[in-house]
Ligand binder design. Structure first.
Ligand code: DC
Length: 223
């Protein structure tokens, strides 16, 4: 069974997807971290990100392991735990660049389908319900106002590092910029699937979103 959860950055999808996967005893697959892993590996190798052939070669060969752990997930890239590095803003920017390249998307989509065909999964990303698994049993599209999504990202950075040199206005602008890139790219843009259930999380807390999703999944499970 495939549960697809798509949405923009800061919509709450990864937090919610992790909890839903835990409740269902499904595997959680964070596809954003797969694009981040390719970006990180490319930067480590000093590859020009616009050199699609070389980045594709990296995408083809990189080994990405998503390892579930208490309260989250670790990402191992070619055996190295890169969880923290992958969350950095430079990698966010680089991931958006590689995610817009057709060759990279083709390779990552194939890897994601292999993962989903192996076991029951909750998969989150931008194109899971539209491209990767258009026949997913249940699809959700989470969204929230950009200001609120920026605030969440800001709080997350501050929680991790009190001294972090970040300001809310800049973060909101970064969120809007990334949305624009994700929604306007030619291939697999961020878009709600016609049959996805849309949830605006602006004024909801995590448990309310989880409850709503579990209720919908319950309908499929008990059919
Ligand atoms: O969800 P995230 O911020 O970790 O995603 C990182 C980047 O990868 C972001 O620019 C969107 C892109 N992405 C994508 O294009 N398709 C996916 N299925 C997942 C992420």
């Amino acid at each position: 069974m495939i549960i697809a959860i798509d949405g923009p950055a800061g919509s709450g999808k990864s937090t919610v997807a992790k909890i839903v996967a835990g409740k269902l005893h499904f595997r959680y697959i964070d596809t954003g971290s797969m694009y981040r892993a390719v970006a990180w590996k490319s930067l480590l190798k000093n590859v020009d990100l616009s050199d699609e052939e070389t980045v594709a070669e990296i995408a083809r060969n990189v080994k990405i392991d998503l390892v579930p752990e208490e309260g989250g997930q670790s990402v191992f890239v070619d055996g190295e735990n890169a969880t923290n590095q992958l969350k950095q803003e430079t990698i966010s920017r680089a991931a958006a660049v590689v995610a817009a390249q057709p060759m990279i998307r083709k390779i990552m989509t194939k890897k994601q389908r292999e993962l989903g065909n192996r076991e029951d999964v909750v998969m989150d990303g931008r194109d899971i319900g539209t491209v990767v698994f258009p026949n997913a049993e249940k699809k959700f599209f989470l969204d929230a106002e950009p200001k609120e999504r920026g605030r969440r990202r800001f709080d997350e950075l501050k929680t991790k590092n009190q001294e972090a040199d970040v300001d809310l206005v800049t973060i909101v602008e970064q969120v809007k910029q990334r949305d624009h890139e994700d929604r306007t790219r030619k291939i697999a843009p961020l878009r709600q699937a016609d049959d996805a259930i849309s949830i605006d999380t602006t004024h909801l807390d995590i448990s309310q979103v989880v409850d709503q999703i579990m209720k919908e999944i319950g309908r499929v499970l008990h059919r």
